[in-house]
Design a protein around this ligand. Structure first.
Ligand SMILES: [Zn+2]
Length: 251
């Protein structure tokens, strides 16, 4: 059964009222909007008989402007209009909006999120270590490397060779490490594409209202600085914490 749509169409889009010619709504015939008003589908009416669409009315005003006389929204509305253009299947408008700065950024970050699917999980891990009410700042580290390292005076790092006398002195267990407020060791962060991943986690958190800065750090805590080497009496050495990771400072 065909539904007769009048030539002048009264619309209610998310509570905002519009009137426009049917021909305006049908302008891009391959769009979802044109399909809705083609007469082949039932469109819900509100109590006043207006055709009701449960979408953002203010963005729809821009959609209508585009359909009427190909006018594009101002740049600061491009992103929300893009979302609606996609919903209404207005490919021509979507393509034009894809050149706006905000929309390009949005598309690029979605593509990156798709490529780096662990970003949300990494952000979640960071948030897990942050108290719900942050007083001042909170530091969280995503760690890539841990374990005590010994280093000779000339700077050669020799991992996993730590003198027994050091391990017997347990004060190192409670040192203030880059792990910051979280006492739990956070799983290691994959070093592949590290700068991109860190930037995306930071962006993810910023978009959710957090102030975030990041820094690559190594914990230099040392108990044995300047002591004699286990290998040679002529050489001094340094046993240091060496926990290495990205520190997120969040406020
Ligand atoms: Zn440390």
């Amino acid at each position: 059964m065909e539904n007769q749509i009048p030539n002048v169409v009264p619309l209610n889009v998310g509570g905002r009222h519009f009137s426009t010619f049917l021909s305006t709504l049908l302008r891009h015939e391959d769009s979802m909007l044109a399909a809705m008003f083609s007469g082949r589908h039932q469109v819900e009416r509100d109590k006043d008989g207006r055709y009701f669409i449960d979408r953002d009315g203010s963005a729809f005003a821009h959609i209508l402007e585009f359909l009427r006389h190909a006018k594009l929204p101002p740049p600061d509305h491009a992103r929300e209009v893009y979302v609606e253009a996609q919903y209404f299947g207005l490919q021509v408008l979507s393509d034009k909006l894809a050149h706006f700065k905000d929309v390009r950024e949005e598309i690029a970050s979605k593509e990156q999120l798709f490529k780096y699917q662990d970003i949300e999980a990494l952000a979640e891990r960071v948030l897990k270590a942050v108290p719900p009410v942050i007083t001042g700042t909170s530091k969280v580290a995503l760690l890539m490397d841990s374990g005590w390292k010994a280093r000779s005076k000339v700077g050669d790092v020799v991992p996993n060779v730590v003198p027994a006398r050091f391990l017997e002195n347990t004060t190192w267990q409670t040192h203030e490490c880059i792990q910051g407020d979280n006492s739990d060791y956070i799983e290691s962060l994959c070093p592949a594409d590290l700068p991109v991943r860190v930037a995306l986690v930071q962006q993810y958190l910023q978009r959710r209202g957090y102030d975030v800065s990041t820094k690559l750090e190594t914990c230099e805590f040392s108990l044995e600085r300047g002591k004699k080497s286990v290998w040679s009496d002529l050489m001094t050495m340094d046993v240091f914490c060496g926990v290495h990771g990205v520190v997120f400072t969040i406020s």
